[in-house]
Design a binder for this molecule. Structure first.
Ligand code: NAI
Length: 250
Protein backbone atom coordinates (compact mmCIF):
# COMPACT_ATOMS: atom_id res chain seq x y z
CA UNK A 1 0.00 0.00 0.00
CA UNK A 2 1.43 3.36 -0.98
CA UNK A 3 0.61 6.27 1.30
CA UNK A 4 -0.70 9.57 -0.14
CA UNK A 5 1.96 12.30 -0.23
CA UNK A 6 1.18 15.68 1.32
CA UNK A 7 3.09 18.92 0.88
CA UNK A 8 2.75 21.43 3.72
CA UNK A 9 4.29 24.88 3.39
CA UNK A 10 5.36 26.90 6.42
CA UNK A 11 5.70 23.52 8.12
CA UNK A 12 8.45 24.26 10.66
CA UNK A 13 6.27 25.60 13.45
CA UNK A 14 2.84 26.66 14.63
CA UNK A 15 -0.18 25.67 12.55
CA UNK A 16 2.01 24.16 9.79
CA UNK A 17 3.74 21.79 12.22
CA UNK A 18 0.36 20.74 13.66
CA UNK A 19 -0.95 20.05 10.14
CA UNK A 20 2.12 17.91 9.41
CA UNK A 21 1.57 15.90 12.59
CA UNK A 22 -2.14 15.37 11.89
CA UNK A 23 -1.58 14.35 8.24
CA UNK A 24 1.14 11.95 9.40
CA UNK A 25 -1.24 10.49 12.01
CA UNK A 26 -3.78 10.08 9.19
CA UNK A 27 -1.24 8.05 7.18
CA UNK A 28 0.31 10.53 4.76
CA UNK A 29 3.96 10.76 3.80
CA UNK A 30 4.79 14.41 4.36
CA UNK A 31 6.99 16.97 2.61
CA UNK A 32 7.71 19.82 4.98
CA UNK A 33 8.51 23.07 3.20
CA UNK A 34 9.95 26.10 4.96
CA UNK A 35 12.66 28.73 4.53
CA UNK A 36 15.18 26.47 6.26
CA UNK A 37 15.34 22.67 6.45
CA UNK A 38 16.91 22.68 9.92
CA UNK A 39 13.94 24.60 11.31
CA UNK A 40 11.77 21.59 10.38
CA UNK A 41 13.79 19.05 12.42
CA UNK A 42 11.30 18.72 15.31
CA UNK A 43 8.27 18.53 13.02
CA UNK A 44 10.00 15.92 10.81
CA UNK A 45 10.82 13.80 13.88
CA UNK A 46 7.24 14.03 15.19
CA UNK A 47 5.87 12.91 11.81
CA UNK A 48 8.34 10.02 11.55
CA UNK A 49 7.25 8.84 15.00
CA UNK A 50 3.86 8.15 13.34
CA UNK A 51 5.57 5.60 11.06
CA UNK A 52 5.41 7.60 7.82
CA UNK A 53 8.08 9.16 5.64
CA UNK A 54 8.79 12.84 6.33
CA UNK A 55 11.36 15.05 4.62
CA UNK A 56 12.14 18.74 4.80
CA UNK A 57 12.62 20.91 1.73
CA UNK A 58 13.97 24.46 1.84
CA UNK A 59 12.11 26.94 -0.33
CA UNK A 60 10.90 30.51 -0.27
CA UNK A 61 7.39 29.80 -1.50
CA UNK A 62 7.05 33.30 -2.94
CA UNK A 63 9.86 32.51 -5.42
CA UNK A 64 8.85 30.94 -8.73
CA UNK A 65 12.25 29.24 -9.08
CA UNK A 66 12.19 27.81 -5.54
CA UNK A 67 8.66 26.47 -5.92
CA UNK A 68 9.45 24.80 -9.23
CA UNK A 69 12.57 23.15 -7.77
CA UNK A 70 10.80 22.14 -4.55
CA UNK A 71 7.88 20.44 -6.33
CA UNK A 72 10.28 18.51 -8.59
CA UNK A 73 12.34 17.44 -5.54
CA UNK A 74 9.26 16.29 -3.62
CA UNK A 75 7.98 14.29 -6.57
CA UNK A 76 11.42 12.74 -7.08
CA UNK A 77 11.98 11.83 -3.42
CA UNK A 78 8.48 11.02 -2.08
CA UNK A 79 6.28 10.67 -5.16
CA UNK A 80 3.47 12.69 -6.73
CA UNK A 81 1.65 14.83 -4.15
CA UNK A 82 -2.04 14.09 -3.52
CA UNK A 83 -2.39 16.87 -0.91
CA UNK A 84 -1.09 20.43 -1.01
CA UNK A 85 -1.53 22.69 2.01
CA UNK A 86 -0.59 26.32 1.44
CA UNK A 87 0.03 27.40 5.02
CA UNK A 88 3.11 29.70 4.90
CA UNK A 89 2.17 33.21 5.89
CA UNK A 90 3.61 36.45 7.23
CA UNK A 91 2.35 39.71 8.71
CA UNK A 92 3.59 43.26 8.17
CA UNK A 93 0.91 45.20 10.03
CA UNK A 94 0.58 48.96 9.40
CA UNK A 95 -2.42 51.27 9.13
CA UNK A 96 -3.11 52.26 5.54
CA UNK A 97 -1.36 55.66 5.53
CA UNK A 98 1.81 54.02 6.89
CA UNK A 99 1.81 50.92 4.70
CA UNK A 100 4.86 50.83 2.42
CA UNK A 101 4.80 49.18 -0.98
CA UNK A 102 7.47 46.78 0.31
CA UNK A 103 5.23 45.67 3.21
CA UNK A 104 2.22 45.42 0.89
CA UNK A 105 4.13 43.27 -1.60
CA UNK A 106 5.86 41.00 0.93
CA UNK A 107 2.54 40.02 2.49
CA UNK A 108 0.74 39.55 -0.83
CA UNK A 109 3.68 37.48 -2.13
CA UNK A 110 3.91 35.00 0.76
CA UNK A 111 0.20 34.69 1.58
CA UNK A 112 -1.30 34.80 -1.92
CA UNK A 113 1.20 34.65 -4.78
CA UNK A 114 2.86 31.60 -3.20
CA UNK A 115 -0.43 29.71 -3.30
CA UNK A 116 -0.78 30.56 -6.98
CA UNK A 117 2.79 29.39 -7.66
CA UNK A 118 2.47 26.06 -5.85
CA UNK A 119 -0.97 25.33 -7.33
CA UNK A 120 0.23 26.14 -10.85
CA UNK A 121 3.07 23.65 -10.42
CA UNK A 122 1.01 20.91 -8.77
CA UNK A 123 -2.22 21.12 -10.74
CA UNK A 124 -0.83 19.28 -13.81
CA UNK A 125 0.58 16.56 -11.54
CA UNK A 126 -2.75 16.08 -9.77
CA UNK A 127 -4.58 16.00 -13.13
CA UNK A 128 -2.17 13.39 -14.42
CA UNK A 129 -2.61 11.29 -11.26
CA UNK A 130 -6.41 11.52 -11.38
CA UNK A 131 -7.03 13.93 -8.51
CA UNK A 132 -5.82 15.75 -5.44
CA UNK A 133 -6.70 17.92 -2.44
CA UNK A 134 -5.67 21.56 -2.17
CA UNK A 135 -6.17 23.35 1.15
CA UNK A 136 -5.29 27.02 1.43
CA UNK A 137 -4.96 28.96 4.68
CA UNK A 138 -7.08 32.09 4.71
CA UNK A 139 -8.03 33.96 7.91
CA UNK A 140 -10.93 35.76 9.56
CA UNK A 141 -8.86 38.79 8.53
CA UNK A 142 -10.24 38.23 5.01
CA UNK A 143 -13.33 40.06 6.30
CA UNK A 144 -11.23 43.13 7.18
CA UNK A 145 -9.00 43.87 10.16
CA UNK A 146 -7.62 47.13 11.56
CA UNK A 147 -4.02 47.68 10.45
CA UNK A 148 -3.92 44.69 8.12
CA UNK A 149 -4.95 45.97 4.66
CA UNK A 150 -2.20 43.91 3.02
CA UNK A 151 -2.94 40.71 4.99
CA UNK A 152 -6.74 41.09 4.66
CA UNK A 153 -6.45 41.58 0.91
CA UNK A 154 -4.16 38.56 0.59
CA UNK A 155 -6.39 36.30 2.70
CA UNK A 156 -9.52 37.43 0.80
CA UNK A 157 -7.61 36.78 -2.41
CA UNK A 158 -6.90 33.25 -1.19
CA UNK A 159 -10.66 32.59 -1.06
CA UNK A 160 -11.14 33.76 -4.67
CA UNK A 161 -8.16 31.70 -5.80
CA UNK A 162 -9.53 28.65 -3.97
CA UNK A 163 -12.98 28.90 -5.53
CA UNK A 164 -11.44 29.21 -8.99
CA UNK A 165 -9.22 26.18 -8.40
CA UNK A 166 -12.33 24.26 -7.32
CA UNK A 167 -14.10 25.19 -10.57
CA UNK A 168 -11.09 24.34 -12.75
CA UNK A 169 -10.23 21.18 -10.80
CA UNK A 170 -13.69 19.65 -10.46
CA UNK A 171 -13.68 17.50 -13.54
CA UNK A 172 -10.15 16.28 -12.76
CA UNK A 173 -10.90 15.02 -9.26
CA UNK A 174 -9.09 17.96 -7.66
CA UNK A 175 -10.82 19.68 -4.74
CA UNK A 176 -9.78 23.07 -3.37
CA UNK A 177 -10.94 24.46 -0.06
CA UNK A 178 -9.84 27.16 2.37
CA UNK A 179 -9.54 27.12 6.14
CA UNK A 180 -9.89 30.53 7.82
CA UNK A 181 -8.64 30.50 11.41
CA UNK A 182 -9.48 33.05 14.06
CA UNK A 183 -6.98 33.76 16.85
CA UNK A 184 -4.62 30.79 17.31
CA UNK A 185 -1.79 30.53 19.85
CA UNK A 186 1.43 30.44 17.78
CA UNK A 187 4.67 32.38 17.44
CA UNK A 188 2.88 34.60 14.91
CA UNK A 189 0.35 35.82 17.48
CA UNK A 190 3.03 36.00 20.21
CA UNK A 191 5.01 38.32 17.93
CA UNK A 192 1.90 40.47 17.32
CA UNK A 193 1.53 40.90 21.09
CA UNK A 194 5.20 41.76 21.45
CA UNK A 195 5.10 44.33 18.64
CA UNK A 196 2.03 46.03 20.07
CA UNK A 197 3.45 46.10 23.61
CA UNK A 198 0.69 43.88 25.03
CA UNK A 199 1.40 40.92 27.34
CA UNK A 200 0.51 37.72 25.48
CA UNK A 201 -1.56 36.42 28.42
CA UNK A 202 -3.65 39.60 28.34
CA UNK A 203 -4.14 39.27 24.59
CA UNK A 204 -5.27 35.67 25.02
CA UNK A 205 -7.66 36.70 27.82
CA UNK A 206 -9.18 39.41 25.64
CA UNK A 207 -9.56 37.10 22.63
CA UNK A 208 -11.16 34.50 24.92
CA UNK A 209 -13.75 37.08 26.05
CA UNK A 210 -14.44 38.00 22.41
CA UNK A 211 -15.06 34.37 21.38
CA UNK A 212 -18.41 32.66 21.93
CA UNK A 213 -16.87 29.26 22.75
CA UNK A 214 -14.85 30.86 25.55
CA UNK A 215 -11.37 29.87 24.46
CA UNK A 216 -8.77 30.71 21.82
CA UNK A 217 -7.62 28.37 19.07
CA UNK A 218 -4.79 25.85 19.21
CA UNK A 219 -2.88 24.73 16.09
CA UNK A 220 -4.50 21.26 16.35
CA UNK A 221 -7.96 22.89 15.89
CA UNK A 222 -6.87 24.15 12.49
CA UNK A 223 -5.12 20.90 11.57
CA UNK A 224 -8.40 19.05 12.22
CA UNK A 225 -10.22 21.15 9.61
CA UNK A 226 -7.37 20.79 7.11
CA UNK A 227 -7.37 17.02 7.61
CA UNK A 228 -11.08 16.86 6.74
CA UNK A 229 -10.56 18.65 3.42
CA UNK A 230 -7.41 16.60 2.70
CA UNK A 231 -9.21 13.28 3.14
CA UNK A 232 -9.72 11.08 0.06
CA UNK A 233 -13.37 10.72 1.10
CA UNK A 234 -13.99 14.52 0.93
CA UNK A 235 -14.34 14.43 -2.86
CA UNK A 236 -17.81 16.09 -2.85
CA UNK A 237 -16.62 19.06 -0.76
CA UNK A 238 -14.96 21.77 -2.82
CA UNK A 239 -14.81 25.56 -3.16
CA UNK A 240 -15.61 26.00 0.54
CA UNK A 241 -14.14 28.27 3.19
CA UNK A 242 -14.36 26.87 6.70
CA UNK A 243 -14.03 29.44 9.48
CA UNK A 244 -12.38 27.83 12.48
CA UNK A 245 -12.67 30.70 14.89
CA UNK A 246 -14.89 29.74 17.82
CA UNK A 247 -17.49 32.28 16.59
CA UNK A 248 -15.99 35.69 17.34
CA UNK A 249 -18.53 38.10 18.92
CA UNK A 250 -19.58 41.16 16.91
P1 NAI B 1 3.96 31.20 12.09
O1 NAI B 1 4.54 32.54 11.85
O2 NAI B 1 4.05 30.66 13.49
O3 NAI B 1 4.57 30.13 11.07
C1 NAI B 1 4.66 30.44 9.71
C2 NAI B 1 5.70 29.55 9.07
O4 NAI B 1 5.78 29.94 7.67
C3 NAI B 1 7.10 29.74 9.66
O5 NAI B 1 7.68 28.48 9.91
C4 NAI B 1 7.85 30.52 8.59
O6 NAI B 1 9.25 30.26 8.55
C5 NAI B 1 7.15 30.02 7.32
N1 NAI B 1 7.33 30.95 6.20
C6 NAI B 1 7.20 32.31 6.23
N2 NAI B 1 7.52 32.82 5.02
C7 NAI B 1 7.84 31.78 4.22
C8 NAI B 1 8.27 31.69 2.87
N3 NAI B 1 8.41 32.78 2.09
N4 NAI B 1 8.52 30.46 2.35
C9 NAI B 1 8.39 29.35 3.13
N5 NAI B 1 7.99 29.38 4.42
C10 NAI B 1 7.72 30.59 4.96
O7 NAI B 1 2.42 31.30 11.62
P2 NAI B 1 1.12 30.50 12.10
O8 NAI B 1 0.47 31.26 13.18
O9 NAI B 1 1.44 29.08 12.31
O10 NAI B 1 0.19 30.68 10.80
C11 NAI B 1 0.12 29.71 9.76
C12 NAI B 1 -0.89 30.18 8.72
O11 NAI B 1 -2.16 30.42 9.34
C13 NAI B 1 -0.51 31.49 8.04
O12 NAI B 1 -0.92 31.48 6.69
C14 NAI B 1 -1.33 32.52 8.81
O13 NAI B 1 -1.56 33.67 8.04
C15 NAI B 1 -2.59 31.72 9.06
N6 NAI B 1 -3.37 32.23 10.20
C16 NAI B 1 -2.86 32.24 11.47
C17 NAI B 1 -3.64 32.72 12.52
C18 NAI B 1 -3.13 32.76 13.92
O14 NAI B 1 -3.85 33.29 14.80
N7 NAI B 1 -1.95 32.24 14.23
C19 NAI B 1 -4.99 33.24 12.28
C20 NAI B 1 -5.42 33.17 10.91
C21 NAI B 1 -4.64 32.68 9.92
Amino acid sequence: MTRPVAIVTGAARGIGAAIVLRLAQDGHDVALVDLSRDACDDAVAAARDCGVQARAFAADVSSETDVRRMVAEVEGELGAPFVLVNNAGILRDRTIANLSVADWSAVIDVNLKAAFLTCREIFPIMRREGGGRIVNLSSTAALGTYGEANYSAAKAGVIGLTRTLAIEGGRHGITANAVAPGFVVTDMTREVAQRSGVKFDEMVAQMTRETVVGRVGEPADIAHAVAFFADLRSSYVTGQTMYVAGAPRG
